[in-house]
Design a protein around this ligand. Sequence first.
Ligand code: NDP
Length: 284
Amino acid sequence: MSKMIDGKALAKRMQEELAKKVQVLEETTGVVPGLVVLLVGEDPASQVYVRNKERAALAAGFHSEVVRLPETISQEELLAQVEAYNQNSRYHGILVQLPLPPHIDEEAILLAIDPKKDVDGFHPMNMGLLWTGHPLMLPCTPAGVIAMLDAYDVAISGKRAVVVGSSNIVGKPMAQLLLAREATVTIAHSKTENLKEVTKTADILVIAIGQGHFITKDYVKEGAVVIDVGINRTDAGKIIGDVAFDEVEEVASLITPVPGGVGPMTITMLLEQTYQAAERSVIS
Ligand code: NDP
């Protein structure tokens, strides 16, 4: 049996299922899920990410708009844009593509998004709801990891999970989602002593550090499930993960590749959460 978790194929299946749900929602309520992405400036990586999100949203039958704003936009103008979309009932999800230019206060912008439309799950209110066990909108990458583990029937309850990386967008919410599923969770970071000893305790090992091929097989317990969130570009322009796939595959029971692992699931969860927000808008 293949040890590889095929995120690309799973994401495709989930997006096809979602497209059917979107059709039913429209037929029964007249509501079409709407996603708006605010893109500031010309960052090439952001342009690619936004294009992929728009393409996937349109393919799932969403109403989707990308608002391209100049690098020189003022904080007040950007806040006004966010507020306009907060008030616009056609859109159920608002995403401000990060990073923002240095003159913009990123936290102030994220705080301005209506938490009910915060499909990235970065608003402090959504973070707080997650940590207190009442999740509304989840950060998409960690939510995608949980969806993958479920799709591959990986038991989480009672297992030891180690998350390497403690950022607000990946590591911390990842740990909380695993805890919510009754794993015993450790969060490691760059100051963790004896990292190998820590990672070798993991039944489920999630790596999100941004260091190409950092995790070799001596960091991994025999039979562990290894999830590689990292996206790193080599000098030759190749995309690689944080895990040395070829050697870690020898010891892991399941492992995600990069590309084609966690990445496609992130977009899928973005669409899923926008759909759920649209559904909730019908009820409320
Ligand atoms: P950040 O840079 O915000 O955080 C990195 C974390 O890793 C920090 O907690 C840092 O520790 C820790 N870290 C860095 N080096 C080491 C090390 N050598 N040993 C142990 N811990 C280390 O990154 P993000 O969380 O935003 O992203 C992480 C990776 O995931 C990146 O490659 C990014 O591109 C990728 N990513 C992929 C997504 C996807 O869709 N697949 C989505 C989002 C991110 P400390 O806090 O001590 O500095």
